[in-house]
Ligand binder design. Sequence first.
Ligand code: HEM
Length: 407
Amino acid sequence: MTEQGRTAARKSYWDYPYPHYREIQRDTPVHYDEHLSAWLVTSYSAVVDALHHPHLSSAWLDHRADLHGKDAANARYVRSVFSRWFVLVDAPEHPQLRKSVIHAFTRRAIADLTPFVERRAAELLAAAIAAGGPVDVMADLATPLSASVIAHLLGMGQDVAAELPRWGAVFAKYLANAARTDAANETAAAVREISAVVRDQLPDAPAGSLVYELTNPVSGEPASVDDLVSTISLLLYAGLESTSNLIGLGVLALAERPGLRAELAGASAETMAAAIEELLRYDTSVLQVPRVATADMTLGGQRIHRGDLVVVMLGAANHDERRFPDPDTFDLRRDVSRHVAFGYGVHFCVGAPLARAEAAAFFTVLLRTAPEFALTAQPRWSSRHSVRSLDALPVLLFPAHQGVVAQ
Ligand code: HEM
């Protein structure tokens, strides 16, 4: 099927939201949505302007959460933990908090982590193939891989990896419904569980792991258990679902394009890296990031008032045809150097090197182990606007030594 035919066949918003974004974009790059009570920023240039606008703050959660009602004790507890989530904090605190984890994502640190990622990807693929029949790429491969990698990076046991997706889902629900008491209560319970696990596993964190480095710093104060709980919860919220969806979206893109599979099997590291950048642009796993206006301001010709919520739509920017011609075509050779899948400016994704390395390792191992694979049913999409999230992706893998005919 051609790229144009594939886009035309995906009619629903959930199948492929980008043409729907472009309809808003053509109308106005910054549009007030009455239903969401928020400004939607959709053009590439307005998105980039928004992400470094001095009057757009990342501390949007306080404006949405109920911190003062009579049942708000758990919301206030969650707020105390999330107040160190540097994705929700502005300068001057933001750079200091961000600095505390940056060493875990250096080129050297990622190179040290890569053999673990390759080994775990190979184990998961071997188990999926041995089980026979279709695999659910999300439940059987992408989610356990991303969870294992985060647990390993932190220095927590692989038993903890099994719990991370559940906690991540609780946090996502809370951030989408921060005013709801039930979401705050569930999140407070998840935070208490993380706190108990940290206390239990802290003495065993291996040297070199993030938890070890934070509690045994070369200079400065060692992190407290509360600091660790904040850091762990932020990294698992920001890094788990985003990366597992990058892997799921990549398997989907490859399953639909035999030519791309053939080109990437045994490809150089540079070609694989180019494919991952185009994938990040073509199907953007974090579709939007929120901001709140701290003063009256103008963006994309619209007057925005202090306190207004502004939704910065990264996926729409990555499909703005003025920046990326023919944006619904997956083109391995296009210049994607300025896509905004990892954001832009001071909050640019700290985990981007890990996400890129994890995806490269996974696709390399996948194409070596099972160079052919096919969808056995349509993907199931989660109905959330903020992330491009797959609930299930059933695929039949054809292992290298068997070939397609043998199946
Ligand atoms: C494909 C995978 C990923 C995508 C698409 C992604 C996307 C993003 C985006 C768009 C932002 C900017 C948020 C904003 O401006 O409000 C961000 C920030 C962040 N990401 Fe990622 N991310 C990914 C993987 C990861 C991983 C693996 C980790 C860590 C394990 C991580 C940790 C973070 C953190 C801590 C921030 C906050 C940075 C700051 O505020 O300075 N991300 N990510």
